[in-house]
Design a binder for this molecule. Structure first.
Ligand SMILES: Nc1ccn([C@@H]2O[C@H](COP(=O)(O)OP(=O)(O)OP(=O)(O)O)[C@@H](O)[C@H]2O)c(=O)n1
Ligand SMILES: [Mg+2]
Length: 371
């Protein structure tokens, strides 16, 4: 049997990108031979194995035919006579369809190196259409490499439009859509993900809630502020807020979106907190003590001060992108520290109790919220 490094590891090595995950293809082997060598099967009828020590994925060279709709519709043909070239031909992009042999030889039957140099994302063959997830994957690769100047081949865009114009995308699970969206958020140009989906006719079908990002100068400014230190939760919260802040019941709309997308709770909570906070935070100087205190209470910040950091990160980005303003974060942090320091037992010792105690706490809080 022959083993080759394939996919992202070959591509990213040639791009001088760090390689995090290695995928291998095995030519001329049977499942039985793999088991004998100690590889662990990934699924029952899926020709992928895990290396006993490295934990990396080894797939038997295979061709794929689709017999039905959705992911249950896949039929694999993996056998020792499937060649490396056949296996590579059914992969998504030419830059992902290169292999590296043990002795360092690059096998590139579909022009992957040329397309890497020309900075083109191009599908390998009509087999691209066998997997509708690839529409999302290509959008994500576009988001990853846009800053290097990569663009989409016209014929690949056309194929993606054809896929989107059928009902194929409806068979993608929420989990897979979220997984691709989440990965795209972490790339250099997350906005490109949405732009490519839009030009592929897929945005309306998969993520209609984010339509407002298209042709939005604010979204553009926001993306420019996404440095490597800005995590996916903050990125998601700012993009959601941008999409919904001007709609009535913005919080509910964000909640509905997150439920539909099966967004993790931390992303959902930061998004609803951010949309709640941005109005008062960006006009902090002009806000009344009552408005400041109401916001702090609505966000439950006195009991949950750990929430503040993410909310300030997200609102700082939005203030800069939308209003070219810098939030006075130290002021807000200092206020919260003072509010947390109000100690009811001291007030009780002073003789406050019942409703009077509550009133005194409120009075002190409002006093602190004054400038
Ligand atoms: N829907 C898919 C998923 C994967 N592949 C092929 O399988 C390889 C490995 O897949 P994966 O690890 O998901 O992607 P990578 O290209 O390795 O990218 P990443 O850096 O995100 O791991 C891809 O390069 C591509 O050749 C494909 O053709 N179609
Ligand atoms: Mg990979």
């Amino acid at each position: 049997m022959d083993i080759y490094l394939v996919g992202g590891a070959v591509r990213d090595t040639l791009l001088n990108y760090p390689v995090y995950d290695k995928d291998w293809v095995v030519v001329g082997a049977t499942p039985e031979a793999m088991l004998t060598l100690g590889y662990k099967p990934v699924g029952s009828d899926f020709p992928v194995f895990i290396h006993p020590t490295s934990g990396e994925e080894y797939a038997l060279a295979r061709t794929e035919r689709k017999s039905g709709k959705g992911y249950s519709g896949f039929q694999y043909h993996a056998s020792p006579d499937v060649t490396l070239e056949e296996d590579l031909s059914r992969r998504d992009l030419t830059i992902n369809a290169m292999a590296l042999s043990n002795d360092g030889q690059l096998i590139d039957p579909y022009g992957g190196q040329h397309d890497l140099q020309a900075k083109i994302l191009r599908h390998v063959s009509p087999a691209f259409s066998e997997d509708p997830l690839r529409v999302l994957r290509v959008a994500r690769f576009a988001a990853r490499y846009a800053h290097l100047g990569f663009t989409l081949a016209a014929e690949t865009l056309q194929l993606m439009q054809e896929i989107s114009d059928t009902d194929e995308l409806e068979h993608l699970t929420k989990e897979r859509i979220w997984q691709e969206l989440d990965r795209a958020l972490g790339e250099k140009s997350p906005l490109t993900f949405f732009l490519v989906l839009e030009s592929s006719h897929a945005l309306t079908k998969l993520l209609p809630e984010f339509k407002a990002l298209i042709n939005s100068p604010a979204a553009d400014s926001l993306q420019q502020l996404f440095t490597d230190e800005i995590g996916n939760e903050v990125r998601f919260a700012t993009l959601c807020t941008l999409c919904f802040m001007d709609t009535p019941n913005a919080e509910t709309a964000i909640l509905t979106t997150c439920q539909r997308l099966k967004t993790p709770n931390q992303y959902r909570d930061l998004s609803t907190h951010t949309v709640k906070a941005i109005g008062v935070l960006h006009t902090w100087q002009g806000a009344t003590a009552g408005q400041r205190l109401s916001l702090i209470q609505a966000l439950d910040l006195i009991r949950r001060p750990e929430r503040l950091c993410g909310i300030l990160d997200a609102c700082c980005l939005l203030s800069r992108a939308l209003y070219q303003e810098t939030l006075k974060t130290e002021e807000i942090e200092a206020l919260l520290t003072r509010l947390k320091a109000i100690n009811p037992s001291h007030l009780i010792q002073k003789g406050f109790k019942g409703a009077a105690l509550g009133n005194e706490i409120k009075r002190l809080q409002l006093e602190m919220c004054q400038d």
